[in-house]
Write a protein that binds this ligand. Structure first.
Ligand code: ADP
Length: 484
């Protein structure tokens, strides 16, 4: 035998008619693999008119390209064996439905990876917020524990390109979005559901559809596999009822668990993991360098997974202490004239901004607003009114957020400003925070697509603006200090 995963992919696609829908992070490595196969035909569809030069170059003479508004038309004109959509493409758009009716099967990077990966230690992390942080932290802990660790999925590079380097004893840590989970038929060996809040309602038809996609992370598990749920999240608890594999829970409120992570009553300052009847002390809360209570939950989830895989508590404690968080997530940028700046550009849902606001005791001026994903701002409005000393609004949702704040506290009006762009927002917020020697927090509660190409660009721009202000006001020294 000795067939490796790439050979199996080749056999699967040999002589087949294949369409890649969307050519981005997930499908580019798939295209590379397909070009080594021998498909009957290969088509790349993308709404974007200007595909990257390297894609066009790779496709030359070997794949058709269909771009622009009618990019999906070939799907209704020709026959296909496989449709390979990017995560963000809905599977029920008419052209894909039509292709399916005519016999096409859906395949994706995530499906291929899960079905071909040899590792028996695949960890999947999903949830509305905290996926990247928790995935990266698990990766750190297990690497520190000396394991052969592969981190990927929705974070970093898709691991399909490395599939043949991943062995039976390797550990794989995958961040999995609802988009990637929606059509999987194999689940990770250890699944984590961090929390479920309304999100992507511009994509998913309903909250129920979003939940159904997420719960696939454990739906295909065997009885020996483990699922880890947030015991403090009512939606997580409800869906845990449908899980038939081994269950574990993490909770900041209760230590009444058979398997999981908790703060022992009387010892609320310390995280414990309970696994197979034993309690392992992990670390004290003041040893966590990540900002905010919400990150305690993320550390708990990561600690349980690591203990279940045989990591030593001491290694977990060291890795947690060494983990300072990721760019664009509650990232400290610097201090100018007594005002601290935090970049939380990755906060693209109201719950993340609420978590960010409740992480500070200092007076906070919040910069929020952006692309409208169809989620409500009532809860956020209440938190802003209760916790912020000022609010600067940008983007499409500015008006909606203002209304939510005012319906909670009409007197807040005088503390709201509108800015035409991020630069103006930073200047206004700085001015408002200065008398308090407070915090300027970029935590938009919305995606960035109305003004930026993604949250990274938004966060980087925010930092650039601050560095410039710092340089003008002679804050250079402090900046060097804080970024070290
Ligand atoms: P994801 O990959 O799920 O988007 P990240 O780790 O990148 O999660 O964090 C995204 C945003 O959510 C950041 O603003 C972060 O501070 C916030 N966040 C992280 N964990 C939680 C949580 N458990 N509850 C609420 N917000 C959270």
């Amino acid at each position: 035998m000795g067939m490796n995963a790439k050979d199996r992919i080749k056999r699967m696609f040999d002589g087949k008619r294949i369409a890649l829908i969307g050519i981005g992070v997930s499908n580019t490595p798939i295209l590379k693999i397909l070009l080594e196969c021998n498909p009957r035909s290969l088509l790349i569809c993308d709404r974007k008119e200007d595909l990257p030069e390297d894609i066009v170059e790779m496709a030359r003479g070997r794949a058709e390209i269909s771009v622009g508004d009618g990019y999906l038309e070939p799907l209704t004109e020709e026959e296909f064996d496989y449709i390979i959509p990017s995560p963000g493409i809905r599977r029920d758009i008419p052209e894909i439905e039509e292709a399916k009716r005519r016999g096409a099967r859906i395949e994706t990077e995530t499906r291929l990876f899960l079905s071909l990966c040899k590792s028996r230690k695949v960890i999947g992390v999903t949830g509305t917020a905290g996926k990247s942080t928790t995935t990266a932290l698990i990766g750190e802990i297990l690497s520190k524990s000396g394991m052969d660790v592969w981190v990927g999925g929705n974070i970093g590079k898709p691991l399909i390109s490395a599939i043949d380097e991943i062995g039976e004893e390797s550990v794989v840590v995958l961040e999995l979005s609802s988009f990637q989970l929606q059509d999987i038929e194999e689940s990770p060996n250890i699944s984590v559901i961090l929390n479920i809040f309304p999100n992507h309602l511009d994509y998913h038809k309903s909250m129920d559809e979003y939940i159904r996609a997420k719960e696939r992370i454990f739906l295909y598990q065997g009885p020996e596999d483990i699922s880890v749920f947030n015991g403090d999240d009512p939606i997580c608890m409800a869906i845990s009822q449908r899980c038939t594999s081994r269950k574990a829970f993490f909770s900041m409120c209760s230590d009444d668990v058979e398997e999981g992570a908790f703060l022992k009553s009387g010892l609320e300052g310390r995280i414990f993991v309970r696994h197979k009847g034993r309690d392992f002390p992990i670390c004290d809360l003041d040893e966590i360098r990540l900002t905010g209570r919400h990150n305690v939950a993320n550390v708990m989830a990561a600690s349980f997974v690591s203990i279940a895989l045989g990591a030593r508590p001491e290694a977990i404690r060291e890795a947690v202490y060494g983990f300072k968080g990721m760019e664009h997530r509650m990232e400290f940028v610097g201090e100018i004239d007594g005002v601290g700046f935090f970049n939380d550009s990755k906060a693209t849902i109201p719950e993340s901004t609420i978590a960010a606001l409740s992480s500070f005791r200092e007076p906070v001026v919040l910069i929020a607003g952006g692309y409208d994903k169809g989620v409500g701002f009532d809860g956020l409005g209440k938190e802003i009114a209760a916790r912020a000393v000022g609010l600067v609004l940008i983007g499409q949702t500015a008006g909606k957020i203002r209304e939510a704040v005012l319906s909670s506290d009409p007197k807040f009006e005088g503390r709201i400003r509108f800015a035409k762009d991020l630069r103006e927002a930073v200047f206004l917020a700085f001015e408002m925070a200065r008398p308090y020697k407070g915090i300027v927090l970029l935590s938009p509660a919305c995606a960035s697509f109305d003004m930026f190409s993604n949250y990274e660009e938004r966060g980087k721009r925010f930092k650039e603006i601050i560095y410039k202000i710092g340089a003008c006001l002679g804050g250079e020294e402090k900046r060097a200090e804080v970024s070290s």
